[in-house]
Design a protein around this ligand. Structure first.
Ligand code: TYD
Length: 403
């Protein structure tokens, strides 16, 4: 029997994407022989309504001193986090005396630097040493550790309780401990903001590339309410966000501390009565759609190859690891991927070992088609790469995410 990671009930397999490496595990050729793999399989729990990975790789395989994701590399995400920080300051912190803000998974400090600049007390919690060091260099107070109830107690002892705790696009495998830690660290009238890719968008858009090792769970309102409800934390407001192909921002507080807004009942109606995300059938259909998409993408790339077209990958995202390995597409179909992140350049993609080349402004000169793995930044990229399409270049989407 496979147990739900949230409520321990029995859970059914929805889909297995097969043997999968660590999504951000870009590697050198000499390390191919010792690459780590696990089975990427997902299930949906009918009791707590949480969509989740069935097998969790060891955390130290994912977050370490070589962690390859830096928030600041995306202009769009940097802007998103600036707007988020200003929103916190203007709407939630303005009335608080000497407020204290905590961000979990604070990465390179892209969000918290807006508090540093304004002299607002803050603390970032970041498990990967290399990105935590960058944040510290930028003046963002950062503690390099995993968050749980023990860490929460330590933070409380050193800094006091938090007026605001923010968590965006951070995916914990130990949700129970995290929820307990947040309940401990949050002031009585404090606000906890939790933002993640939304299950409704993943299912509707067949954006299966959102499923990878770090994304242990893909949340909806039902699951967020269940998980944090166990610690007497209540969702009192929600806002949709455009990031990552459709995200949801949940505002939580200690039970009864803030008035519940109509946004919550509206989303609940949408989730249960319109999208039917509380029912197993929706996930079974999703599994069939993933398989269909895989076949269509592989057929398209084989056809382009037969026609002599040159195809490259654009942006070595974590998401691309799921697509490439699930579809079994390696250098024979995609000879290289261009990416702007220095730590990935010169390395190879996890599992399929496609060379990652440094992005150059004339990357597209000999390219007929580019498979866009960073579809979540499509607008920014399409604007930036107008010369590619003007020269007859064609974009291919790795999933049907933008349809
Ligand atoms: P990201 O949105 O973080 O996706 P994921 O979470 O799936 O990794 O993608 C960031 C990657 O995309 C990073 O390696 C940089 C790359 N990238 C480019 O190469 N060019 C671009 O214009 C953008 C926006 C990203």
């Amino acid at each position: 029997m496979i147990q739900c990671k949230i409520c321990n009930r029995e859970i059914q397999l929805i889909i297995s994407f097969g043997k999968m490496p660590i999504a951000n595990g870009f590697l050198n050729a000499e390390d191919f022989h010792q690459e780590y793999f696990f089975e990427l399989a997902c299930g949906f729990c009918e009791h707590c309504k949480t969509f989740q990975l069935l097998h969790q790789p060891d955390r130290s395989q994912m977050f370490h001193e070589q962690y390859a994701f830096y928030t600041a590399t995306s202009k769009h995400m940097s802007e998103h986090f600036e707007v988020m920080a200003l929103n916190y300051i203007q709407h939630w912190l303005v009335t608080q005396k000497d407020p204290f803000v905590v961000e979990l998974g604070s990465n390179d400090g892209t969000m918290l630097k807006h508090f540093t600049k304004r002299g607002i007390r803050h603390l970032g919690i970041e498990a990967s040493q290399n990105v935590a060091e960058i944040a510290k260099k930028n003046g963002v107070e950062t503690k390099c550790c995993f968050f749980n109830d023990t860490t929460a107690k330590e933070i409380q002892q050193s800094y006091g309780k938090a007026d605001l705790i923010s968590v965006a696009n951070v995916h914990f495998s130990n949700m129970g401990e995290v929820a307990r830690g947040i309940a401990l660290l949050l002031k009585d009238d404090g606000i906890f903001v939790f933002e993640n890719p939304y299950i409704g968008n993943v299912i509707q858009n067949v954006a299966y590339d959102q499923i990878y090792d770090e994304h242990s769970f893909i949340f909806g309102l039902n699951s967020v309410s269940y998980i944090f409800g166990c610690e007497e934390l209540d969702v009192f407001h929600v806002e949709t966000q455009e990031t990552h192909g459709g995200s949801m921002r949940y505002y939580l507080c200690h039970k009864g501390a803030h008035n519940k807004r109509s946004s919550v009942t509206e989303l609940l109606h949408q989730e249960n009565d319109v999208l039917c995300l509380n029912r197993m059938e929706i996930y079974r259909t999703f599994a069939k759609n993933c398989e269909r998409q895989k076949q269509e993408l592989v057929a398209l790339l084989k056809k382009l190859k037969a026609e002599g077209k040159s195809v490259v990958g654009y942006a070595a995202t974590a998401k691309s690891t799921t697509v490439l390995n699930y579809c079994g597409m390696g250098p024979e179909l995609i000879p290289c991927i261009y990416d702007t992140t220095p730590i990935k350049q010169g390395k190879y993609s996890p599992g399929m070992h496609i060379p990652i080349k440094p992005y150059t402004i004339d990357w597209y000169k000999k390219v007929d088609c580019a498979i866009l793995f960073a579809w979540n930044h499509a607008k920014e990229i399409f604007d930036k790469e107008s010369e590619f399409t003007k020269n007859g270049g064609q974009w291919i989407l790795s999933t049907s995410c933008l349809q």
